[in-house]
Ligand binder design. Sequence first.
Ligand code: SIN
Length: 461
Amino acid sequence: MEVGIVGGGLAGLVAAISLVEKGVDVSIIGPKSKDSNSYLAQAGIAFPLVEGDSIRIHVLDTIRAGKYINDEEVVWNVISKSTEAYSFLVSHGVTFTGNELEGGHSHPRVFTIKSETGKHVIPILEKHARELGVNFVRGFVEEIGIKNGKLAGVFLNGELLKFDAVVVATGGFSGLYRFTAGVKENIGLLIGDLALKGVPLRDMEFVQFHPTGFIGRRTYLITEAVRGAGAKLVTGDGERFVNELETRDVVARAIYLKMLEGKGVFLDARGIEDFKDRFPYVYSVLKKEGIDPGKDLIPVTPVAHYTMGGISVDIFYRTRIRGLYAIGEAASNGFHGANRLASNSLLECVVSGLEVARTILREEPKRGANDAPYNFDELGDVDSIREIMWNHAGIVRDKSSLLEGLKKLEGVEADQRLKVVAKAVLTLALEREESRGSHYRRDFPFMRKEFERPSFFHLNV
Ligand code: SIN
């Protein structure tokens, strides 16, 4: 059996190692693993393993953060497998240096490697994958080859690479927003490709904004663990206005509203004595920008960070096409609900990578006939889509602004894969006439019982 994994971040590497260890022929197709959002991950991975913590408490925190539309079976499934995920990493050479507290967690359960966790974990796993014989193919997959509902492989530079199973592990689409501290290339190309081929997308309206982005020469993230260590959020005139350890949706919205009042918002981390040692990455970034966190206030602004929505999969990470799977941020099966709990994403990456490997071994799919590529055009005017998403599908939305966004989108000359991703977000945000988690409607500023359910975007093709 030949398996193609599109994307070499944490989820893709875990799936690849698990499969190759069972004798499967595995290729990872994508940019360098270093160019993934997993590599950029700072604080860490949520495991409910410290004394006093439990799977049950972690499940409850996840559902509370997700505002009660998480798929409970999925939540229990993922978090119950956290011990297995932890053991997988440790047995493959990962050593954590401690654990931190982040917003929405009842315990300091975020296992970290000096708050630059991805930078340490990804190279270790990539080295294992190479040593075990995983074939790395560099490049951006343009589309998934599907003909008459059957999977044939993936297209790279117009050529079909044939596989019996394909796992989409590309990450999400926060790069489709004007400001993100994540990888700019994560624009959801394959999510859109699959939507155009009739694969349903789920929960696309839920886009998480990280409260403490820092816009300097580039856009950076100041890990939430800095707030966990005691940093406070204040306005320019010194007012403290939110509990810094509330969930991200609440904190990001509070900052946004202060900014609308024309007030600058700052992180005051001057009380953290061992800042440089505890947060070496953030320290070095700030120093380069002329800010000393021991003396200066740090200007912050929310930035697009994580997309809860994506390719709709079941609890085993299967799409509706036999042999086609999706894991990590590219996938959506209700684990995060309306708002992801901090550091649950890397946990999901490891668990979904392990789980999809078992699913593929059990199902042993066989590839279908060859397909011809669609011949998509150049990507076109991506920046106009980023502008529309930022202005019309941002932290606060309403009917007229969403409709305006949809109208503007029609006029943009850009690749239809990207346009359909943007359309899915705007459409589902318009249909969800309530506020829940990361989706806040100024015209419906409350949760409504009739919307206590996931959303799906499905083109009948
Ligand atoms: C952070 O360290 O604040 C980001 C980690 C995450 O997104 O969970």
